[in-house]
Design a protein. Structure first.
Length: 109
């Protein structure tokens, strides 16, 4: 049995809960794709990281994140140094996987 609730959208039209859920998922997917396009990597569910060469560069990317946040979304950012990132501990409950290496400070191609 499928339980549906009716919700009034901001535009004033009634939509089923399934439609609202689908719209939220689409907004999240667009935001996630914007993060990946901007060079972020997923550390775990809903946690993304990006290596920046300087504080000024990090602020540029924070502004891009702010511009991409969905209307009903909430995002928190935090800047950590390379040393702080290296000291991060990862705990696994079941099967262990290899953790990602901290990015190089400067990569030349």
């Amino acid at each position: 049995m499928i339980k549906r609730t009716i919700e009034i959208s901001r535009a004033g039209t009634a939509r089923g809960q399934y439609g609202v859920h689908l719209a939220v998922r689409k907004r999240y997917a667009r935001f996630r794709k914007a993060l990946i396009k901007d060079g972020f990597n997923r550390l775990q569910y809903s946690v993304y990281a990006r290596c920046c060469a300087s504080r000024e560069n990090a602020e540029v990317h924070e502004k891009r994140v702010e511009a991409a946040v969905p209307v009903d979304g909430q995002v928190r950012t935090m800047q950590v140094t390379d040393k702080q990132f290296e000291r991060m501990q990862v705990f696994w409950g079941g099967m262990r996987q290899t953790t990602e290496q901290p990015p190089e400070q400067l990569t030349l191609f």
